[in-house]
Design a protein around this ligand. Structure first.
Ligand code: ZN
Length: 161
């Protein structure tokens, strides 16, 4: 799902341009501050009258906010259209955010071997980069295979890796 989304959205470079993704998909993003709603969580997505509105707290640290917005994009793309998001949806949206912000093919082919490098190249919080690095190392030591899926290969080609 993450690979398909990145390919369909014509992503060609990193760090991922979230504003562009929101724009080309016809979603709306506005801060709580600008919309006059008091910020009660870092971000959320509202589905109303066929419109998709992504709300976010503009006071959150930039990299953290990028991760929150990618998480909300996950809810949209995965079709989590409900107000009371069950725990499994939250987990899926977070996994989606990690996958689109830090694709394995990017980590693998650029040989990003520290969380700091991943955080820099992908413009994400260090703690999320650490999670992704652990996942990468886990795959490396168990399956040991990357770029074997057609979609992952296509993404690799588009990113010029
Ligand atoms: Zn969520």
């Amino acid at each position: 799902m993450a690979w398909k989304f990145l390919i369909d959205s014509d992503v060609l470079a990193y760090p991922l341009d979230l504003q562009r993704l929101i724009r080309i998909n016809g979603w709306n993003a506005v801060s709580y501050q600008k919309s006059g709603i008091s910020p009660h969580k870092p971000s959320e997505v509202i589905f109303a009258d066929g419109r998709i509105i992504l709300l976010f707290d503009e006071q959150i640290e930039r990299k953290q906010l990028r991760f929150h917005i990618a998480h909300e994009i996950g809810h949209i793309v995965l079709g989590h259209y409900c107000f009371d998001s069950p725990a499994i949806y939250e987990k899926e949206a977070t996994m989606f955010a990690r996958r689109i912000l830090m694709p394995m093919t990017l980590i693998h082919n650029l040989q990003l071997c520290t969380a700091g490098q991943i955080a820099d190249v992908c413009d994400v919080p260090l703690c999320e980069a650490e999670q992704r690095l652990n996942r990468y190392l886990n795959i490396l030591t168990t399956r040991g295979k990357f770029d074997s899926h057609t979609l992952e290969l296509e993404l690799k080609r588009r990113l010029g890796l």
